[in-house]
Structures are given as structure tokens and as C-alpha cells.
Design a protein around this ligand. Sequence first.
Ligand code: TXA
Ligand code: MG
Length: 343
Amino acid sequence: MDKKTIILKTDDNSIQKAGEILRNGGLVAFPTETVYGLGGNALMADSVKKIYEAKGRPSDNPLIVHIADKSDIAPLVKDISKNAKKLIEAFMPGAFTIILKRSELIPDSVTAGMETVAVRFPENETAQRVIKASGVPVAAPSANLSGKPSPTRAIHVIDDLSGRVDAIIDGEDCTIGVESTIVDASKDVPVLLRPGGISYEEICDVVPETRLDEHILNSLALDEKPLCPGMKYKHYSPEADVTVVEGDMRAVRRKIRELLEENSDKICGVLTMSDNTYDCAVLLSGGTDNREYAKKLFSNLREFDRLGVEIVFAEFESRDGYGLAVKNRLYKAAGHKVIKTGP
Ligand code: TXA
Ligand code: MG
């Protein structure tokens, strides 16, 4: 693929241009508060097909449709249950995606043939301006090449998608840094399918009977049919080999020191969530709480690659409700290579 990709700023003219490209079926990457998205016109099957091609994404993995006003939801879906209404009221706009039965308006390519559609109303102002300027619902997966860590800065998108899309908006860094929380509200009891920017606890405060999908922390056998098709693919993987070392920080530090010694012939890096220091080539800080760790996680994974690190040991301790989203991304980045240290 060798397209001419224009880099747009966030002034009104640039946003209008982005909207026009989207309306006409082109592809535009834009910031949201979670991660950058790669948008196409959700009502045009051809545009949607181009998204899959640009990312190298398997076509059985459906896309989220982005809107910029709650009234845009009704035409896209068949029915909004009482629980769905409560969730929409509480979490939109925000880092939240709702799955509902789809209407005829949505092409099969958006939902990979499923009878449901995922809808998200981002809070980020640039995202809202782009969607409004396009005048159409915008289908958008994360704007990374399939398998790479999701992009949380414009430069990540430029690295992955230059020459593959029509435009990239050079906007702000993402404030949340992990993707939206996905809740399937198409049936009576809502099910959380992907932990993200809104915690399970926050969801349960609004709809207490919400269940947590059992696949969330397990690696899935390839022949298993997960509820959220995207969960079965290898994800967020840097080139470096990642191992998560989890537990009480004193034990974590002891274990990582041991591992560094065993691997002294390799270029090692450590991702910390403490003030532990190590004798290693690259030490990157994830911040001390899970929210901060999440915000920097994908950019840190990309940074290890940029610096040529071969092995990464990631400290992890689940410290709050937000830990589930971090754990889910970290475990995937590590291909579920996790060492649990004792208390
Ligand atoms: O924060 C986010 O959600 C970001 C920004 C750009 O909005 N988007 C994002 O999209 O993470 P993507 O394509 O990387 O992940 C979408 C996930 C995939 O795992 C997909 O399988 C799932 O949503 N999904 C989409 N439609 C679905 C449906 N109808 N039923 C179940 N899962 C669905
Ligand atoms: Mg993604």
C-alpha cells in the first residue's frame, strides 16, 4: 500500500477536511480519550473494507461505530432495553462501548455478520468534532497495525499507518490510554466483554446484575468462539519478549533481580509501577497507580521496541478496580507469560 497520507491539525479547516474525507469513504485516524481510532464511513461497506485492509485486520473481527450525540444511537439499533438506557445515561460520552441488536442501516462488514452492533460516543472533543463534521456514524478500530500495541499518540499512528490511510490528525495524547469498556446489553443481563476505561465496579454501581465475561483473563483456544471476537487474537505485542511479574512489590523486585541476572546476555528492560530500581538497560516507569500505569502502558511497550530491548519484565500489582483493564492488556502483551510471586 502506498497512499499519500496527509497530516492534519485540529483547527476548524482541518476538521472540516477530515469530515469530508470520511463522508466520501476515505480513512482518517483521529484521537479519542482512550486510544487513537482509524475511522471510515460506517454506512459504506467499501469504506469499512478499506479499514480492515489498512490495519491488516481479520475480517471476522467487528468494528465499533462512533457517534457524537446520543440521538444518533436509535437509528443504528433495534431496541434499547431499560438497562441499556441506564448505561447510556451514565457513561456516554466516555470510555464505554455498548453492544445492542443492530438495525438494517449497518452493513455486514461493520459487524462481521453479527446481529449486534457496538456503539461508542467518545468524550474527546477532537473526536466529537471529526464525527460531527463527517455527518455520518464513523466505524473505527484502534489505529494500530493489527497485533501492535494500540496508539496513544499521533506519532504511533504515523509510525504504523503512514502510506496506508488518507489522513492522520496530529492531535493530543490520549488521557486514558487503554480502550473503552465494552458491555453487551443486547440481552436481559448485561455482560462486560472487555475491561477498559470504566471499571467493572462503576458499571455495577449503575446496573448491579452485570456479569463479567469468563474469557477475560484466560487465553482463548483458537477454535473457541469468544463473545467478543477481537479477544481471541494476539494483541498489543511489542517485538520484545514480555513477562509479567505480579504480586507483593518486595517479592516482585527480588524475582526481577534474579531474572535480570539469568538474562544478562540480553538487552533487558523493566517496566516499573513502584520506586524499585534495577540494573538493566532500560527502566521505564508506569507510574504508581493502575490508572497511570494504563495511561502509559502502550507507549511504554512501543518505547521498549524503539530502544531495541529484547526482554521486558513488567511489575504488576492490582491496586484498584482499574487494575483489571491493565492486567488484561499486560497479560496479552506477554502472551500470558506471568510469574506470580508469593505475598
Ligand atoms: O476505546 C476504544 O474502544 C477504541 C477507540 C478507537 O474507540 N476502539 C477500539 O476498537 O478499541 P477495536 O476495533 O480495537 O476493538 C473493538 C472490539 C473488538 O474486540 C471487537 O471484537 C469488539 O470490539 N466488538 C465489536 N463489535 C462487536 C459486537 N457486535 N459484539 C461483540 N464484540 C464486538
Ligand atoms: Mg484494537
